[in-house]
Design a protein around this ligand. Sequence first.
Ligand code: IPM
Ligand code: MN
Length: 371
Amino acid sequence: MKLDIAVLSGDGIGPEVTAQAIKALEAVAHNFDHTFIFKEGLVGAIAIDKTGAPLPDKTLELCANTDAVLFGAIGDPKYDNNPSAPVRPEQGLLKLRKELGLYANIRPVKAYNTLIDKSPLKREIIEGTDISIYRELTGGIYFGKKELSEDGTIASDLCEYSRGEIERITHLAFKAAQKRRKKLTLVDKANVLESSRLWRKVVSEISTAYEDVTLDFLFVDNAAMQMILNPSQFDVILTENMFGDIISDEASVIGGSIGLLASASIGDNCCMFEPIHGSYPQATGKGIANPIAAILSAAMLLEHFDLVGEANAIRDAVEKALELNITTPDLNSINPLTTEKVGDFIYDYILNPEDSNINFENIHVGQSTII
Ligand code: IPM
Ligand code: MN
């Protein structure tokens, strides 16, 4: 298969982790005889510095005319503490999602056996957790009307949803549940918010077309608690934009590190794949950022194009890296490896799993030729 992939590595650790994801894709291309063509575009703070805009038209055009987008991270502390900054890097990502129509953000959360003891949560609580979060991505409070009174003392952000916006992601979430453990939980705040009541109504109606899936509802405050108390109860979680943003960061502690969580953003015509972690500016250039979320995002890209064996080749390599503790300091305080070395191991393992097997012992003590 030939795929054109736009690479928007962005700010902070974005370029370092994205480079490892590209390496993994190159190994897959080599082994499975595919052609992946990578074209870079500017986004985020670096795009503001170079062009004045967080999402230059050229980047948007590149993304609109490509098969998939591989995204790194955006954000820079120089904007975080300046509420009156006229442009912000995040606007680039939000505009990209909106313009490309990426309405469904899929965030898988899994407790890897080898990492269970790295999570701050107890083994018996997180064991067996395997959740797929379907976060609506182009509506709600993120995109509603924003107002600030003239004297700057009153501000508001409108949370608005239309039936159509709810319907399209709901179908995707039900279809995903049918292929998994057949349970869908709608997370909302229907006891308070009108928009949540519309979600409940629409999702309940649609559920009649998916009789094999059990639908239940959870208020977001309770869902936040359940995520820590009993996360293995969840299969597919469906939720609106901001609730999904918050509970997916919360869910990331189950895996032991936010550096493991990948995501896919899907629309009718475009798709984008990105780690859910941010730009982690304190780590930029230090080689300590975990590349696994970016690498697993590349696996989600492959799966999106039905390249399932290829996606699994990446996942197997990641699991092997985790099993052997070939990991960055977030997961490995004793003998951490750099972002690049972890990427190298995964690249080598995809290319040649048998050879890497032979060197397991050496890899462990950091003496393998592979790393
Ligand atoms: C995410 C991020 C973004 C969001 C930010 C960077 C705008 O936190 O992808 O989860 O809030 O959606
Ligand atoms: Mn977020």
